[in-house]
Ligand binder design. Structure first.
Ligand code: SF4
Length: 389
């Protein structure tokens, strides 16, 4: 870095405030100088001065939506080992992708990942486009992801704004409007701050600042390179931003799940419809999940086996309930277990899978919890997490 750049990085810029006095405002060069020293080492990040492959940026950004870096890292490594590039991913069966994705939640992302890989191959000959508009036209790529890929992989002056960056901007400028109404204003302020040079590094610097120092609780403002240009810090109430309109929690839904274990060590499962909540994932049969579920009627929704018929009393209610929280509603399931004679055929729309091979099924976290609740001695890992479609 040159001497003038170093000085610029250390000197906050000043401008006339409303009262005529001098006010500080954040300088991109200051943040970039901080990033050069403190950038996080991430598996998908290119070394300093290099540009990351669009495939890796895209894959990591899709996985990181609503999910932590720690949770994503092993999945990212697995995907990259299995599918080295977008062509390989496009050629893979969706079922296989869902199996490798299982446990990461938000399963619509895995389906879109596959659709997007195929679209990149079909529409762009296997090369990701560089423009935000063309990226946005691909399945599963919204404003944020398009801007992140354009900036990080192509160094285009694009401005990705996710929850972390919203928080940084809302604090820097003490944005008075609450989220979500403040989103357009925050995006405008973030765009105005994006420099024409090193836009990719700037985007990643903003991500790092939001993920490390400018945390939701107790931000480390004393260490922040922008603390002398931050309005919320100056006012002593950084934690209060971004302001939010209180949101209503979704109403509790309830239902029953049926764990049928056959004498030869098989479990009865079915595949959920492709579209909608947990689309195309594997589940044990359940009733509908409703707000007015009546536990006394639960066995009416149990799977019906052809001879030898199962009597209602053969279903044993397991004490307790399985609780799970989707982003838009909490769920409680009561669980029933039945032992089924060997060679019993699976009812229509269901199939038997070996319990020993259950890990290779695209079983979402909720269903892992259900099976672990009914069969605690069988080896299935339950990974509680929030999930959406
Ligand atoms: S000074 Fe504090 S609140 Fe302001 S941007 Fe830095 S870490 Fe965030």
């Amino acid at each position: 870095m040159t001497l003038s750049a170093t000085l610029a990085a250390k000197s906050p810029a000043r401008q006339r405030g409303k009262g005529g006095g001098l006010e500080f405002f954040p300088q991109p060069t200051t943040l970039l100088a901080w990033y050069d020293r403190h950038r996080r080492k991430l598996p998908w990040r290119a070394p300093p001065g290099m540009r990351a492959e669009p495939y890796r940026v895209w894959l990591s950004e899709i996985m990181l939506q609503q999910t932590t870096v720690k949770a994503v890292a092993p999945y990212y490594a697995r995907f990259l080992t299995r599918w080295r590039d977008v062509r390989a991913l496009a050629a893979a069966p969706l079922d296989e992708i869902l199996k490798i994705w299982a446990g990461l939640g938000y399963y619509a992302r895995a389906r879109n990942l596959h659709a997007c890989a195929r679209a990149v191959v079909e529409r762009h000959s296997g090369e990701f486009p560089a423009s935000e508009a063309e990226l946005r036209a691909l399945p599963g790529i919204g404003d944020y992801t398009a801007a992140a890929i354009a900036a990080i992989a192509f160094d285009a002056p694009a401005t990705p704004v996710d929850g972390n960056i919203e928080r940084v901007i809302a604090r820097l400028y003490a944005v008075a409007a609450p989220l979500p109404a403040a989103k357009p204003e925050i995006r405008r302020l973030a765009r105005a701050l994006t420099p024409p040079q090193r836009a990719g590094d700037f985007a990643q610097a903003m991500m790092d600042l939001g993920a490390t120092l400018c945390s939701p609780k107790r931000p480390a403002c004393a260490l922040c390179p922008w603390n002398d240009g931050c309005a919320a810090y100056a006012a002593g109430n950084a934690e209060a931003y971004p302001l939010r309109t209180p949101k209503r929690e979704g109403a509790l839904r309830r239902g029953a799940a049926f764990v049928a274990r056959r004498a030869d060590g098989c479990l009865l499962v079915r595949t959920r419809p492709t579209k909608g909540l947990l689309g195309a994932m594997t589940e044990v049969p359940t009733t509908d999940w409703t707000q007015n579920f009546d536990a006394r009627e639960a066995l009416g929704g149990a799977p019906r086996f052809a001879p030898p018929k199962l009597k209602r009393l053969d279903w044993r209610r397991i004490a307790g309930v399985v609780r799970h929280t989707f982003t838009h509603f909490p769920l409680e399931l009561v669980v029933y277990l039945a032992d089924i004679p060997a060679r019993t055929a699976a009812p229509k729309g269901t199939r038997w899978v070996a319990l020993s091979g259950i890990e290779s099924e695209a079983l979402p976290s909720l269903m892992r919890k259900v099976v672990a609740h009914a069969l605690p001695s069988d080896t299935i890992k339950s990974k509680p997490r929030k999930e959406t479609p």
